[in-house]
Design a binder for this molecule. Structure first.
Ligand SMILES: *[C@@H]1O[C@H](CO)[C@@H](O)[C@H](O)[C@H]1NC(C)=O
Ligand SMILES: *[C@@H]1O[C@H](CO)[C@@H](O)[C@H](O)[C@H]1NC(C)=O
Ligand SMILES: *[C@@H]1O[C@H](CO)[C@@H](O)[C@H](O)[C@H]1NC(C)=O
Ligand SMILES: *[C@@H]1O[C@H](CO)[C@@H](O)[C@H](O)[C@H]1NC(C)=O
Ligand SMILES: *[C@@H]1O[C@H](CO)[C@@H](O)[C@H](O)[C@H]1NC(C)=O
Ligand SMILES: *[C@@H]1O[C@H](CO)[C@@H](O)[C@H](O)[C@H]1NC(C)=O
Ligand SMILES: *[C@@H]1O[C@H](CO)[C@@H](O)[C@H](O)[C@H]1NC(C)=O
Length: 636
């Protein structure tokens, strides 16, 4: 699904361990054993997993996330590690992610056949972090939803399309070619951090051809697309399990099964172009996929959920394919215990059905919930309360169910009859760079198979600078330097009286506060330590995104730092203390003022400003027109 859960419904209606280790015990390709179970080396591999929507841009160091926000005081690679650590400690072993950046600034493919090295490195990092923790990653190669990395974007690039409607995608030869080119680039990618070619990396559990293919009233187009792509993918990669990535709707061709569709047989699901049984009857597919979105599908009914899962289990058994419930979620529209309990009921049903099948030798191998929220993450605008519609936090009762389920699934991982360990030998050993010497000093400032890629500790969030210090990456190392207005050695910085004075001038008390003062840059001046550093290398000349990742007006670093740090209720700005920047969020239509309309007040002048328009942060005395437009680009 998209991070905007509601969009699904709308569309449907409109359409209708240690880094150094080389012998990690579970570093084998997931395979299918003689019993039809997933196996990881010599043990069965029943799993419990989760979806991580923005994993690739997190790995790349995105300064802003468009789904749940970054927690304060964390960089996105740090968040990615934190989430994986939590997953491991809770027994989760599979992460499902998109094999591309999902937001325009973080596009993997920027134009047909052109790929962003930064974003690819984000995926490299994500995979290598998963490898270090023994997590397997299930990756979707393209998305039916959203433009970036999606079907509609590819269709837009195609020169052979009959028209631009979504439904043309699956039969358009040009789009098919663009898809194949992307798939080939991704599968052939060599991970810069561990030297593994993706097609030979056992960290990858398998591939989804596409996330949730939908083609309104064109089932044949989807079917022929699958029939063409399965052998193509298999020709590129014989190591990994291949699947579709579909929700698993039944079509009107099969009225008996269609009764288990959402809203029974009269539903929109009949005409979305899928047919679970038919689609999966393609030689080369290794496992079947299903999703379950009771709210988005307008059927938040426990009986529906049970029937839906059981029907797919029966059909997967008939097809003799393992089955994975790749996505399931349940809205919690507010923080009340009643809605949380309701979510728990639905999660319990999912886990009961999955466990029953897995324990009895049925086809179900695991489920992945949507989605985990780390401490301090806030849901995107339009998703109601702070946890978003689907966020599961550790303190939620739902998390207990997740952990119990993970433990049950792990308990099923007994000896597998057919040990498949041969392939792991094909992946290169990963070198330990921890003793690399930089100018005679041992350190871990480099990584990669040859220990020659500089680690940007500031972006990784490993430098440990004080939150009021600028982190600056250097070859093989980094420096921490206190902000202007602060004194100290960089790992510890104390505010001077200047800071207090600035705070009094520009920041009011209460819930609405002025973020930055007149003519201020929300960034530091180029001469200040830690001036803008967008590790994703995003540059956008589009006027509609003016202000994205910060405008470039002149200011004093103290004022900006103070203002941005304290402007917590005004979410137009995002201050990242590790990157030492204050960012205006990129997309004014969706990211500014999360969840509510916020006004910001200038304590000095008593003027109220709308947080929705960054220009309004300028003080009255300076007409906006006299200010120069933001200068975009890199200031590394
Ligand atoms: C961020 O770090 C600063 C300084 O260490 C601390 O005062 C603040 O509470 C932190 N914020 C959060 C949300 O942890
Ligand atoms: C960053 O962007 C510039 C300009 O588009 C490009 O030349 C450069 O290769 C990019 N760097 C990386 C690491 O992607
Ligand atoms: C479909 O549903 C309608 C009404 O809900 C019912 O009358 C009809 O018999 C159903 N058809 C099938 C094939 O189940
Ligand atoms: C699967 O496809 C084969 C032909 O490839 C066909 O004979 C068979 O009936 C199909 N099975 C189903 C369940 O559609
Ligand atoms: C290593 O020494 C070279 C030459 O003196 C210098 O340019 C470089 O900055 C040094 N690197 C580090 C990490 O100190
Ligand atoms: C920095 O200063 C703090 C506080 O004085 C001290 O505890 C810490 O050891 C210092 N760190 C370094 C790297 O000098
Ligand atoms: C920024 O401010 C300084 C001091 O007021 C001034 O000298 C400089 O020209 C300004 N820079 C820009 C780009 O306006």
């Amino acid at each position: 699904m998209t991070f905007c859960g509601v969009c699904l419904v709308l569309l449907a209606i409109q359409n209708g361990a240690a880094a150094a280790s080389t012998g990690i015990s579970d570093d084998y390709f997931v395979s299918i054993d003689r019993d039809g179970d997933f196996a990881n080396g010599c043990t069965k591999f029943f799993f419990s997993g989760w979806n991580q929507w923005e994993a690739v841009e997190m790995g790349a160091g995105a300064p802003v996330l468009h789904g749940p926000s970054l927690p304060p005081n964390m960089t996105s690679p740090q968040l990615l590690r934190e989430i994986m650590d939590q997953a491991v400690s809770s027994g989760l072993t599979v992460m499902r992610a998109m094999a591309f950046g999902v937001s325009p600034e973080y596009a993997l493919e920027t134009s047909p056949g052109q790929y962003s090295e930064t974003i690819f490195r984000g995926m490299d990092y994500m995979l290598d972090q998963a490898r270090q923790r023994g997590i397997k990653v299930l990756l979707a190669l393209v998305n039916n939803w959203g433009r970036t990395g999606g079907v509609d974007e590819m269709l837009g690039w195609s020169s052979t399309k009959p028209d631009s409607i979504h439904e043309s995608y699956f039969s358009d030869p040009g789009s098919r070619q663009i898809y194949k080119q992307r798939a080939s680039a991704v599968l052939g990618r060599i991970n810069v951090y561990n030297g593994r070619r993706y097609s030979e990396d056992p960290t990858i559990l398998g591939w989804n051809l596409i996330n949730e293919p939908r083609c309104f009233q064109c089932p044949d187009a989807i079917q022929s697309w699958i029939q063409e792509m399965v052998p193509y993918l298999k020709s590129l990669d014989g190591n990994h399990l291949l699947s579709i990535g579909e929700e698993g709707f039944y079509s009107s061709q099969d009225p008996a099964r269609a009764r288990s569709d959402p809203q029974s047989n009269g539903s929109w699901a009949l005409t979305e172009g899928q047919d679970f049984l038919f689609n999966h009857n393609v030689s080369g597919l290794d496992f079947a996929t299903m999703h379950s979105w009771v709210d988005n599908w307008l059927d938040a009914n426990e009986d529906f959920l049970r029937t839906w899962i059981r029907q797919h289990i029966a059909d997967a058994a008939f097809l003799k394919l393992p089955l994975v419930l790749e996505e399931h979620g349940k809205w919690v529209k507010d923080g009340t215990s009643a809605t949380q309990q309701l979510r728990d009921q639905f999660y319990s049903i999912v886990y009961q059905e999955v466990e029953a099948s897995a324990k009895s030798g049925g086809p179900m191998k695991g489920a992945a919930f949507w989605q985990y929220y780390a401490e301090g993450q806030i849901g995107p605008a339009g998703e109601g309360w702070a946890s978003g519609l689907y966020g599961v936090r550790r303190q939620d009762s739902t998390w207990g169910l997740v952990q119990n389920h993970a433990s049950v699934m792990k308990g099923l991982n007994t000896w597998s009859s057919s040990c498949n360990t041969a392939k792991s030998a094909r992946t290169p050993a990963v070198k330990d760079c921890s003793s690399t010497r930089v100018n005679g000093t041992a350190g871990t400032g480099y990584e990669g198979p040859n220990c020659d890629i500089d680690i940007d500790e500031c972006v990784r969030g490993t430098a440990g600078c004080a939150s009021s210090a600028a982190c600056r990456n250097t070859p093989g190392g980094f420096t921490c330097q206190c902000f202007m207005g602060y004194t100290g050695n960089g790992t510890s910085c104390m505010a001077t009286s200047d800071v207090g004075r600035t705070a009094n001038s520009y920041v009011s008390s209460g819930t609405a506060q002025l973020a930055c003062n007149e003519g201020s840059n929300v960034l530091y001046p180029p001469t200040a330590p830690g001036f803008r550093h967008d590790p994703t290398n995003y540059t956008d000349s589009s006027p509609s995104l003016k202000g994205g990742f910060g405008s470039n007006f002149n200011t004093s670093a103290i004022e900006c730092a103070v203002a941005c740090q304290t402007a917590s209720s005004c979410n137009a700005f995002s201050y990242n203390p590790f990157l030492q920047q204050c960012f205006l969020k990129a997309d004014p239509s969706s990211d500014i003022c999360q969840g509510q309309t916020t006004t910001c007040q200038d304590a000095q002048y008593g003027t109220k400003y709308s947080c929705g328009q960054w220009q309004t942060y300028l003080r009255q005395s300076a007409p906006a027109a006299s200010l120069q437009p933001a200068a975009f680009g890199r200031h590394l």
